[in-house]
Design a protein around this ligand. Sequence first.
Ligand code: ZN
Length: 322
Amino acid sequence: MTLSELHKKYGTQDKCIAYLEKTRWGKQHYCILCGSIKVKKRNKSIRWHCNDCNRDFSVLYGTIFEDTRLPLPQFFEIIFLMNNAKMGMSAAEISRAVGVKYHTAWYACHRVRCAMINNELRLEGVVEFDEAYMGGKPRKRALPSNTASLARVTEKRGRGTKKVPVVGAVEKKGRVYVKIIEKLTSRNLLAMLKQVVKTDESVVITDDFKSYKKFDEQVEHITINHSEGYGKGIRTVNTIEGFWSIIKNGIKGSYRAISKKYLPFYLAEFSYKYNNRHLQNNSFHAIIENTVKDEKCMINYKPVRDTKEIAYGKRTQKKCLS
Ligand SMILES: [Zn+2]
């Protein structure tokens, strides 16, 4: 889809609402609050009324579009721009392109990232595990001690820096899952392995970092010794290295610096785009589908809350159908 097609198809609030209703409900409208199908549309309003529970609702309820005063056509434009920018697009660029205030763009972008979160991923086949350290180069002058910025780092590279450790798992030629793990202990890594990999159908490749040793007990595990070269054939961790370079270049080029707090959202954005790279023309629709999925309805999508809980689950999900 091109920008002009987007304007033609979803240029007005009504067209956007109609599209969202079609995506969320298909042909059968039902009450989001109780599941009843005895609903009717209120005149000249986006709201629907349920005759069973006697409450009103709209298609925006529980989605990232709830409670926003930003017109939907502009919101769609933001989704379109973010989705098309492989290396990411900063809120400042979005605000100039769409013509909204920086603050509005910032909020909208984070809401879109919330819709990109996918915790149901289960990887299989040949899976590479590796960790990376996110954060900029150290500044020359000392920062005040209460600064939470990622720029507060030591000059050391790799393991042992004060940067934020991020662990990634990726299928060869497949999908990726990344997560911040503050302490790279065997226990934490094993927990991630069990969460995201189908252990009885997979082979896991890692380097010889000692915390990966315990993987042997759970899954077929190949260890690469980097001091003896970087492996050959499938015995490499090149796929995940490639993904790290996309993220690192994206952050450096578009976002400049990212606070530790919001890093999970950016990781979600980059992984989402990587996992859906084959969709091409349908990728816009895929995001819209995500925003209105009932099981994904989020009460905690608001980006100012605990970002880690939003990004990695544990949050209480809004029950749309009870
Ligand atoms: Zn109802």
